[in-house]
Design a binder for this molecule. Structure first.
Ligand code: ADE
Ligand code: ZN
Ligand code: ZN
Length: 279
């Protein structure tokens, strides 16, 4: 390689690393792609044939796993900026939802409610129903990532810098994707290897309101915040103790997504009112 080419290549590499650096420090992602797809794939196993058929028709045959990351993909388009606060809700430990003034553009609770109402609204266009269904699939996943029900000061753990196996990360990203990626299973492998649940256990998971599920994530978030501190280098021990919680949350999210979709596509308004209790 002659000198010109060497300098040229060096500049390209510098630009590339700057680009990657900027992107990784500003991105505030959600359960990574794998986590969201696992939730979609598990949900499909728990849907009735009738609901599955309606959903398949609306989504033109694409799977819930496939559409689950659409709400993240649209973040690259400023047209959708208004939806970015829909991915999480922050309030203080020991406080109830609503005690902290709500985010003016909404939060994950209002987001889930809006999606459901838009899909059920007979005046909504097919395109809108598709959009809000994809968003709903995504948000049920996010609701079960404990740090999406986090503290505002640290942006749900995004500002708590930690290392993951000696590579720079943050507590939020450890829970969104680092643990799941380190497990090295595809979304279909993960969704096909869930712990067996009895009918009673499944009924218990499905029971409760949207707010009950939010408080459950909040309680887990408190444990997650206590599990690590700034500059920790997390690795095997962290994975050993905490990956089972992430796995169990993904399974619950999938079962609950199926339950919500059952209500949306086959349920009564009164059942939905109960689900929205307190919101
Ligand atoms: N930005 C601010 N708070 C957040 C949270 N809890 N989760 C994801 N992104 C956030
Ligand atoms: Zn999200
Ligand atoms: Zn996240």
């Amino acid at each position: 390689m002659d000198f010109f080419n060497f300098t040229f290549m060096k500049n390209i590499l510098i630009l590339l690393s700057l680009f990657i650096g900027i992107h990784s420090s500003f991105a505030l992602p959600n359960w990574g792609k794998t986590g969201h797809r696992v939730v979609g794939a598990i949900a499909e196993k728990h849907l009735s044939r009738k609901a599955l058929k309606k959903i398949n028709t609306l989504l033109n045959g694409t799977s819930l796993a496939y559409v689950s990351i659409h709400a993240d993909e649209i973040k690259s388009d400023p047209k959708y900026n208004n939806f970015s606060p829909w991915h999480y809700v922050n309030f203080k430990e020991g406080e109830k939802y609503g005690e902290t003034p709500a985010h003016p553009k909404g939060d994950i609770i209002q987001g889930i409610k809006s999606c459901i109402l838009k899909i059920r609204d007979t005046n909504s266009s097919t395109a809108d129903k598709q959009f809000y269904l994809k968003f709903l699939v995504h948000l049920l996943g996010d609701l079960h990532q404990p740090l999406h029900v986090g503290n505002a000061e640290d942006k749900g753990g995004n500002t708590i810098k930690v290392d993951w196996f000696n590579t720079a990360s943050n507590l939020h990203r450890v829970w969104d994707s680092n643990m799941i990626d380190s497990y090295k299973m595809s979304y279909s492998e993960l969704s096909n290897n869930t712990k067996h649940k009895t009918t009673t256990e499944i009924a218990n998971i499905k029971s409760g309101s949207l707010l009950d599920w939010t408080y459950e994530s909040k309680a887990l978030a408190t444990k997650v915040y206590a599990s690590a501190k700034m500059n920790d280098n997390l690795s095997y021990t962290y994975m050993y103790h905490h990956f089972p919680i992430a796995e169990s949350q993904l399974q619950k999210a999938g079962i609950r997504l199926a339950h919500v979709l059952q209500l949306v596509f086959c349920g009564k308004n009164t059942e939905l009112d109960t689900f929205f209790n307190g919101i």
